[in-house]
Design a binder for this molecule. Structure first.
Ligand SMILES: Cc1cc2nc3c(=O)[nH]c(=O)nc-3n(C[C@H](O)[C@H](O)[C@H](O)COP(=O)(O)OP(=O)(O)OC[C@H]3O[C@@H](n4cnc5c(N)ncnc54)[C@H](O)[C@@H]3O)c2cc1C
Length: 646
C-alpha cells in the first residue's frame, strides 16, 4: 500500500479504535491483511481509501460523523465500504496480541487472554514435503483435509489404499495452538476475511490441517429425518437416508459424541429461558469429552489440549498409519485430465518464504474436498464445466443479539455451544431458525458490535463480560452461487423469505434471553436497537417486529454471519441439475469424486459437520473405501504406482 493510502487508513483506525488500542501494531496487521486480499478486492479497498483521503484530513468529530454516515447510507457500496473498514480495524484493535505482549484493551474489558497451560499432544501427524519436478504416485489423492476430506482419506486408508492428502492450509499440533484470535490469520480461509461479495455476510471457514473441524465449535447433529426425506426427494435418491445411517453410527463412535457435563453461563441462558417460557431446548452432542472446556472456550482457535475429535485427530492418523502422506501448505492447483480420466493433480507447496515447490501427484482416484467455497473452483480450473457447478450455495445465515445481564456471563469461557432450541424452527415447512449461542472473544465481538462512535463502541465492549451472545441460524431456502473465476467471489444475498425467518429468529432469541434473565438487549443493526426487559411485552415485541421489517435485510444494514457453507457441487440423479452422480462421481468423468459439504443438495438446517462426514464416508465407500480397518497393501502393488512409473 502506498504511503498516502496508509496514512488515510491510519487516520480511519484512530477514529474507530478506542484510545487504549495500539495503533502501530493494528496497522502492521491491517497492512498485511490488505496486501493479502485478492487483486479485485485490493483494488476496491484502495478506491475506498482514495475516496476518504480528503475527509479523513478533517477534525476527529467530523471524521467520525462521516464514517457513521457511510454506515447507514442508502448507497449499498458505501455501506460495504464502512463494513470493510470497521470490521477489519476493530477486530484488530481488540485481537492483536502476541506472547509476552497482550492487548492492552483486554485489561479494560476484563478478558483473560490465552491460558498458560497446555495439554498433552499425543498425536503428531508426520507431514511430507515435495520437491519441484517430483511425480508422486498413490491410489487416491484427496484435496482438502477437513470434515469431508479427512473422513474420505481415512476410509480409503482403512481399505488398504495408499493415500496422499493435499491441504492448502498450515499444520499445527495441539501445543502450537496459541489461543489468540489473531491466529485466525493462519487457520481460517482468507485469513478470516472471507465474505459475500458485498460483505453482507461475514463468512468463517477453516483452512488448516483438519479444515473447519480444527476450529469449529464441536456441535454434532444428524440430519433431522424430515430434512433427510426432503433431500431424498430433491436429489431423487430415495435410499439416501438409509445409506447415511451406518456412517452416522460409525462417526458417533469415532468422534465419541456426548453432551457436556455442565453448560456454561451463556448456554444456560438458553436452557433457563426455554424452561421459563415452556418451550423446547436441549443439549447437543459434541465431539469433545463431556468435562472438556470447563474454563477453556478456545475451540475456535484450535484445541490446545488435544481433546477435540477433529479430523486431524480422529481420521488423518489412519493415513499416516497406512503409509500414506499428508502435505500441508500444499495447494492443489488443478487436476490434469485426459479425456474423461484424471491423471494427476498439480500441486504448489509453500515450504518457506522463497521456497514454493511444484510437483504432481498421480493417482487412480481424485477426491475433491476443498469445501463448498473452493471445490467448484478446483473443478472449473481443471476444465470441468457443467451448469450446476458453483450453483446452489447455502450458508445458514446467522443473525445475533447481545443480551446484557447484571452478572458476569463470560460467554468466551466454557464449552461454547452445548445447547440449542428449536422453539422457532420449522415455521414455514422445514424452514425456520435454530437458536444457539456463540463464544465471542473480543476481536469478533468488536467486529460485530455496531459502531456509532469510539466512545459508544468502547462502552459496549466494557459490558462484554456481562453479555451473552444468542444467535438465530436460518435454514436458507434460497441459494447464492460462487463465481468460477480466480477470485471465487461469493454471490449471496439473504432473500426476503429467509430474511423473514431471521427476523422472527431475532424476536425469538429475545424472548429466550429475557426469560433467561437479560436486563437489556442490543441488536446488531448499524443503528443498534436497544430493548429493556421492563418494556418486553407483546406490544413492544410487535412494534419491534414492525421496526425490523421496515429496516429490512438489505446488505450491511446489519451484520449477518455464516460458519456453514454447503452445496456448489451438489449430488443428484439428474446430470443437468447436479454436479456429481448419486455415487459422488463428477458427471462425465471416470475417476473424480467430490466428498465435502459441496455435495449437499440443500441446506441441512442443523450444524453440518456430522452430515458432511457421513456423506463423504458414503461416497468413499461407493468408490472402494471402508469403515473397517483392513491390512494395508504394499504400495508397490497398487495400480497407481505402476501407472505413474510408465
Ligand atoms: C468457527 C466455526 C465454527 C463451526 N462450528 C461448527 C459446529 O459446531 N458444528 C458443525 O457441525 N459445524 C460447524 N462449523 C462448520 C464446519 O466446520 C464445516 O461445515 C465443515 O468443516 C466443512 O467441511 P468441508 O469438508 O466441506 O470443508 P472444510 O472442513 O472447510 O475443509 C476444506 C479444506 O480444504 C482446503 N483446501 C481448499 N482448497 C484447497 C486446494 N486447492 N488444495 C488443497 N487444499 C484445499 C482448505 O484449506 C480446508 O482446510 C463451524 C465452522 C467454523 C468456521
Amino acid at each position: 500500500m502506498d504511503a498516502r493510502r496508509l496514512a488515510t487508513l491510519r487516520t480511519i483506525a484512530e477514529t474507530f479504535a478506542p484510545p487504549d488500542a495500539r495503533i502501530d501494531r493494528l496497522m502492521f496487521y491491517a497492512e498485511q491483511a490488505v496486501d493479502g486480499l485478492s487483486p479485485g478486492r485490493n483494488a476496491e479497498f484502495n478506491q475506498l481509501l482514495d475516496l476518504l483521503a480528503l475527509p479523513m484530513r478533517l477534525g476527529e468529530g467530523i471524521r467520525a460523523k462521516i464514517l457513521h454516515l457511510l454506515a447507514d447510507s442508502p448507497v449499498a457500496k458505501l455501506r460495504t465500504g464502512f463494513a470493510t473498514l470497521k470490521r477489519l480495524l476493530l477486530f484488530l484493535a481488540y485481537a492483536e496480541s502476541e506472547p509476552g505482549s497482550d492487548n492492552p484493551t483486554w485489561a479494560r474489558i476484563g478478558y483473560p487472554g490465552p491460558r498458560g497451560d497446555r495439554g498433552a499432544d499425543d498425536v503428531s501427524l508426520p507431514y511430507a514435503t515435495g520437491n519441484s519436478g517430483d511425480r508422486i504416485a498413490a491410489d487416491v489423492v484427496v484435496i482438502g483435509s477437513g470434515a469431508g476430506g479427512g473422513v474420505a482419506a481415512s476410509s480409503f486408508a482403512r481399505a488398504g489404499k495408499s493415500v496422499v492428502v493435499l491441504e492448502a492450509g498450515l499444520a499445527f499440533d495441539a501445543r502450537s495452538m496459541g489461543q489468540r484470535e489473531i491466529g485466525m490469520r493462519d487457520t481460517y480461509l482468507d485469513s478470516g476475511l472471507t465474505a459475500s461479495d458485498d460483505l453482507g455476510v461475514a463468512i468463517l471457514a477453516g483452512a488448516t490441517v483438519g479444515g473447519g473441524t480444527t476450529v469449529n465449535w464441536c456441535t454434532s447433529f444428524r440430519l433431522p429425518d424430515r430434512i433427510a426425506s426432503e433431500w431424498a426427494s430433491e436429489a431423487d435418491l430415495p435410499n439416501l437416508p438409509g445409506e447415511l445411517a451406518p456412517h452416522y453410527a460409525h462417526l458417533e463412535k469415532e468422534l465419541r459424541l456426548a453432551p457436556v457435563a455442565k453448560h456454561n453461563a451463556n448456554n444456560a441462558v438458553l436452557i433457563d429461558g426455554a424452561k421459563a417460557l415452556g418451550v423446547h431446548a436441549d443439549a447437543q452432542p459434541r465431539n469433545a469429552p463431556p468435562d472438556c472446556g470447563d474454563g477453556c472456550g478456545y475451540c475456535g482457535m484450535g484445541c490446545a489440549y488435544a481433546k477435540k475429535r477433529s479430523t486431524a485427530r480422529a481420521f488423518l492418523p489412519d493415513v499416516a498409519a497406512t503409509g500414506g502422506a499428508i502435505y500441508a501448505r500444499a495447494r492443489a492447483v488443478k487436476i490434469n485430465i485426459e479425456g474423461t480420466r484424471a491423471k494427476s493433480v498439480s500441486v504448489e507447496q509453500t515450504v518457506g518464504p522463497n521456497d514454493v515447490r511444484q510437483f504432481e501427484v498421480a493417482a487412480n482416484l481424485v477426491v475433491v474436498a476443498g469445501g463448498s467455497l473452493r471445490s467448484p473452483g478446483i473443478l472449473a480450473r481443471s476444465g470441468v464445466s457443467c451448469p450446476a457447478l458453483g450453483q446452489r450455495l447455502f450458508v445458514h445465515p446467522v443473525s445475533a443479539i447481545f443480551p446484557e445481564f447484571d452478572r458476569e456471563i463470560d460467554a468466551f469461557i466454557g464449552p461454547m455451544q452445548s445447547a440449542y432450541s428449536d422453539a422457532y424452527n420449522y415455521r414455514s415447512g422445514n424452514y425456520g431458525v435454530k437458536i444457539e449461542v456463540a463464544p465471542v472473544h473480543p476481536g469478533l465481538a468488536a467486529n460485530a458490535i455496531p459502531w456509532e462512535s469510539r466512545e459508544k463502541h468502547a462502552a459496549a465492549m466494557n459490558a462484554l463480560r456481562r453479555s451473552a451472545v444468542v444467535i438465530a441460524l436460518a435454514r436458507d431456502r434460497d441459494p447464492g452461487y460462487i463465481e468460477l473465476d480466480n477470485e471465487a467471489q461469493i454471490r449471496y444475498h439473504v432473500s426476503p423469505f429467509d430474511g423473514e425467518n431471521l427476523l422472527e429468529g431475532i424476536l425469538g432469541a429475545m424472548d429466550l434471553a429475557f426469560a433467561g434473565g437479560a436486563v437489556r438487549i442490543s441488536t446488531l443493526h448499524n443503528k443498534p436497537i436497544f430493548v429493556e426487559r421492563a418494556q418486553w411485552n407483546k406490544a413492544r415485541r410487535d412494534e419491534l417486529g414492525e421496526q425490523l421489517r421496515k429496516i429490512g435485510i438489505a446488505s450491511n444494514r446489519q451484520i449477518f454471519f455464516s460458519a456453514h457453507q454447503m452445496g456448489t457441487c451438489s449430488l443428484g440423479s439428474d446430470a443437468n441439475m447436479s454436479v456429481v452422480d448419486p455415487t459422488g462421481k463428477v458427471w462425465g468423468y471416470d475417476n473424480i469424486i467430490v466428498a465435502d459439504a459441496s455435495l449437499f443438495p440443500m441446506a441441512s438446517g442443523v450444524n453440518p459437520m456430522l452430515t458432511i462426514m457421513a456423506m463423504a464416508g458414503r461416497v468413499a465407500e461407493q468408490h472402494g473405501g471402508t469403515l473397517e480397518r483392513r491390512e494395508p497393501q504394499a504400495p508397490e502393488a497398487t495400480e497407481a504406482v505402476a501407472e505413474a512409473a510408465n
